[in-house]
Design a protein around this ligand. Structure first.
Ligand SMILES: [Zn+2]
Length: 58
């Protein structure tokens, strides 16, 4: 009891969090400027292209 997730899963969640903060390549302008704005929604900072994608990382 106490911890919400077993250590193994918690580590995985940390990895996903890290990945979700990374910048990704925009499929439209090809710049590494895509950031996650919310779960499943991604936006390119250069061209403002917004698209649905995987929840946490591309
Ligand atoms: Zn773009």
């Amino acid at each position: 009891m106490g911890a919400r997730y077993p250590p193994k899963i918690r580590k995985k969640i940390e990895e996903i969090k890290k990945l979700s903060k990374k910048k990704y390549r925009c499929p439209k302008c090809d710049m590494d400027a895509v950031v996650r704005v919310q779960v499943g929604i991604w936006r390119c900072k250069k061209c403002n292209y917004k698209f649905a994608g995987p929840a946490y990382y591309l």
